[in-house]
Design a protein around this ligand. Sequence first.
Ligand code: BDR
Ligand code: CA
Length: 315
Amino acid sequence: MRKILFDCDTGIDDAVTLLYLASLVRAGEVELVGVGTVHGNVDSRTGALNTLRVLELAGIETGVPVAIGAGRPIAQDVHYAVEWHGGDGLGDTRLPEPQGRPVAEPAPAQIVRLARAAPGELTLLATGPLTNLAAALLLDAELPALIREVVVMGGAFDHPGNITTHAEANVWHDPEAADLVFSAGWPVVLVPLDATHPTAVHDDWLRRVAAHDSAAARFATRVLDYYADAYTPTLKRRGAVIHDALAAMLAVDPGLGEYAERAVRVELRGELTRGTTVWDARSVPAEDSRRPVRIAVGSDVAAFQDRLLSAILSL
Ligand code: BDR
Ligand code: CA
């Protein structure tokens, strides 16, 4: 059974990813050992309350500590993605307060503690800016050796950026943190926009969720309705890219993806390109001495969409 520590900025697609993980927890396929939240789509406290709301809705809140993490990036001002996720991060649904409360421990300290409790066993799944992971690396120099694998939704290579011309949001929100994570000595799988955009779901898929009568399906329908409105101009038809769920699915079943292995660096200085992920795509042997990252360049789109739909409908 895979042990996942989830770091996120909940956020609509993070919330749908929590539903996906909840279905695997309920099926006994995944152990969700904890969640940490970070600034990004919303502030890290709102993200934690949203996480608790979704865990409670999915009935898996018991024994899953939710820790608040970094409230701002390392070297720039904080920025929230209100236009994509709403002011409350959940499509302005203004859901009631959750029953539970975040734990007192900060998210980076939780990463270190849980990694030390299960050396070599944890998959660190990150679907927000990477500030908590960077802070955890600074807290404990041995952390890379304690983690089984880090799976990150972030970056864009041959795909345009989604927050600037070249940069993807999770990396752009804290470029210094992302570069630290990509250069650390742990195995990293990166799931960029190149892989997530082709998985966009459209009206037919959304209608199947809407037709189902359960609290989870009603919640997913409400938040995805807002998200699809925001996505329609980009996709040029009604639909939504549930980025974070692809990273979660590839963390659980890597065989669903196609990958390239390359060292990845983050542009930290460019006037127009700060926050852009860069790889050396030349055919000559790469000169970069960094440990290569496994970058998802494609996936089995039909399997992704079917499994995500079944997961939501199973709750
Ligand atoms: C990423 O940015 C956030 O808005 C989403 O939740 C996702 O993690 C996509 O670029
Ligand atoms: Ca996210």
